[in-house]
Write a protein that binds this ligand. Structure first.
Ligand code: 5MM
Length: 342
């Protein structure tokens, strides 16, 4: 393993003022997003949409450190006459291309309502091909739900083990792993329950990473924030979300991890930005804290675009605005007033 090279990529992904664009929606998920704007999800429409994002120069060059791609996009070409690979657009903008390598969640046998993320079989060979195509980092998402009697220890352990096996395989194939254990915010639980489950999950994940001998300095953690479940009706302040999230991370994440890039998990665009900003304002943290948002970066450009070519400039501006807001939040320099200037 070329540890210095891997460390360099990991550090670049969490560079101050920048963050990651999660554009790795699987075919089913992107269909849902396109359904919401009344657009059919064809291969061409998916290409056009993603190409529009990667060609948004201001956003990409100034605030995006890396882009997580779905396999289709990693091997897709732009619409221009020379058929520029989409990966090249990302590299030209100075960002690092990455690839989602998990094969999604499947029911965990014996544990109703719980899932296990699959995709370890043949992973090394896939990573070699993806690296050849330009990918320098990968992502694997484990999903933990909160509800009556869940999560169980078995589900937490099985998912943490798979994440650690994935991370070890990535590093052996010269790819930086993004380790994403997502505790869902869909339930009716309060913020204390989310805090307890997130602490449990992260402790288990780092135990497994240690057992699999994963080099912590050459990975990025992508966790959820500590937040009350959507159906609880509770609304905690940004300062409380930040304080609880940072406390859990300090308890569980070794300082050798270069950075933590949060998922947005269904928060509104502005909430996701405000929470990240509040965390960075706490200061004196051992790791860089930034974003790896899917919905909270893409909701505005996707709805502005609506599948219409004449809306491309406005959609790119909407993307640049969210990217800039989150870039500022990664420095603890965002202010609500800046949103109105959009
Ligand atoms: C972009 O969505 C990613 C892929 O989801 P599916 O496998 O369900 O299609 C997802 O893993 C994403 O990277 C993270 O959840 C972060 O996205 P959000 O929208 O939570 O910021």
């Amino acid at each position: 393993m070329d540890l210095p090279a891997l460390k360099q990529v990991a550090e670049k992904l969490v560079a101050p003022g920048k963050g990651i664009l999660a554009a790795d929606e699987s075919t089913g998920t992107i269909k849902k997003r396109f359904d919401a704007i009344g657009l059919q999800s064809t291969e061409t429409a998916r290409r056009d949409y993603r190409e529009m994002l990667f060609r948004a120069e201001t956003a990409m060059k100034e605030h995006i450190s890396g882009v997580i791609l779905y396999e289709e996009t990693l091997y897709q070409n732009a619409a221009d006459r020379s058929g520029t690979p989409l990966v090249e657009l990302i590299v030209r903008a100075g960002a690092v291309p990455g690839i989602k390598v998990d094969k999604g969640t499947k029911p965990l046998p014996g544990f109703p309502g719980e899932t296990i993320t699959e995709g370890l079989d043949g992973l090394g060979e896939r990573l070699d091909r993806d690296r050849e195509q330009g990918a320098r980092f990968a992502k694997w998402r484990a999903v933990i739900d909160i509800g009556a009697g869940v999560p169980t220890w078995s589900a937490v352990k099985a998912n943490a083990h798979a994440l650690a096996r994935y991370a070890a395989i990535c590093q052996a194939h010269e790819i930086v792993p993004i380790v994403e254990p997502e505790v869902l915010m869909d339930g009716d639980h309060d913020i204390e329950r989310c805090e307890a489950v997130t602490r449990w999950v992260l402790n288990t994940v780092f135990e497994e990473l240690f057992e699999q001998r994963v080099a912590l300095e050459a990975m990025v953690l992508k966790p959820n924030m500590v937040i009350a479940g959507k159906k609880s009706g509770a609304k905690n302040s940004a300062d409380e979300v930040a304080r609880r999230t940072v406390a859990v991370l300090k308890d569980c994440v070794p300082a050798s991890v270069p950075g933590i890039a949060f998922l947005s998990g269904g928060q509104s665009d502005e909430e996701a930005t405000a929470h990240l900003d509040a965390m960075n304002r706490i200061g004196s943290l051992p790791w860089n804290l930034t974003f790896s948002y899917g919905r909270a970066l893409q909701h505005a450009p996707l709805t502005t675009w609506g599948g219409k070519v004449e809306n491309v400039p406005a959609a790119q501006r909407a993307f640049a605005h969210r990217a800039r807001m989150n870039g500022l939040a990664s420095l603890g320099k965002w202010e609500g007033a800046l949103e109105k200037a959009a």
